[in-house]
Design a protein around this ligand. Structure first.
Ligand SMILES: [Zn+2]
Length: 256
């Protein structure tokens, strides 16, 4: 993986820092990138106690994930656990959630996606519990397009293999989903794309909740949303790095 984490090369070259300028981020191991992702998403509201799992499939087929015992705002790079493609722990000191089966099934079903994230986010959770799909009211909520599936069959937690397989199959080729009375599921080609999808989903859900609470507004037209949503494929230049730097400033030990 290159240091710019899947950002479209042409777009990156167009805005690349001039020679001699300092890099946007220090070199980061893959485990450090996953630890940073946990910290970044915790700050965005994906912070339900010790709930939530991120998996990141490496080119060799192994899968990195966060440990079960630790909250997303305390773990560091050395806490990240390595699994084989079947979900067996091959390196790491911690346990892995029994709900990891959902991720293993999704990685097997979707060769196009290397990152799977599930949690019970603050704002997406409201809409999941309302069993409604929020409208898009602004540009920031529009980065990943209009379509947002809602799966409204809550059949228990994901430790049950049949339950997790039905959720994985229901996702189909979607990039994200609200899970009724449960939480949200986001997938991506790489960490950068998955990060943009989570932050866009959470922003969209927060804004829609606030706008409706304030008496309602006028959603963006679908055609306008689709124009903005080219970002989803290309990656949002420099956003991942800026949010990663924020975490590294707050706690430089994340990379340990
Ligand atoms: Zn859950």
């Amino acid at each position: 993986m290159n240091k710019y984490m899947g950002l479209d090369r042409a777009m990156f070259d167009r805005y690349a820092p001039r020679q001699g300028r300092k890099p946007l981020l220090p070199e980061l191991s893959e485990c450090a990138q996953v630890a940073l992702m946990c910290r970044m998403l915790f700050r965005e509201g994906w912070n339900e106690h010790i709930a939530g799992h991120i998996t990141y499939r490496l080119p060799n087929g192994n899968i990195l994930t966060n440990p079960w015992e630790l909250a997303w705002d305390e773990l560091t790079a050395s806490d990240i656990v390595t699994l084989d493609s079947q979900g067996n722990v091959i390196e790491g000191d911690w346990n892995v959630t029994p709900a990891i089966g959902l991720h293993i099934q999704l990685h097997a079903l979707r060769p196009d996606i290397n990152v799977v994230i599930h949690n019970h986010g603050q704002w997406s959770g409201i809409w999941a519990n309302l069993q409604r799909v929020p409208a898009i009211y602004d540009q920031t909520g529009a980065h990943c397009g209009v379509e947002l599936p809602l799966y409204n069959e809550y059949a228990g937690t994901f430790e049950n293999q049949a339950t997790s397989l039905s959720a994985a199959e229901a996702l189909g080729d979607a990039k994200w989903a609200l899970l009724a009375n449960h939480g949200a599921l986001v997938v991506g080609r790489d960490l950068r794309q998955a990060h943009l999808r989570v932050v866009t989903l959470e922003w969209r859900c927060k804004r829609a909740y606030e706008v409706e609470l304030a008496g309602g507004g006028v959603p963006l037209a679908d055609a306008e949303v689709e124009k903005v949503s080219i970002t989803d494929a290309n990656g949002f230049p420099f956003c991942w790095e800026a949010m990663a730097r924020r975490e590294l400033r707050a706690d430089p030990s994340i990379t340990d």
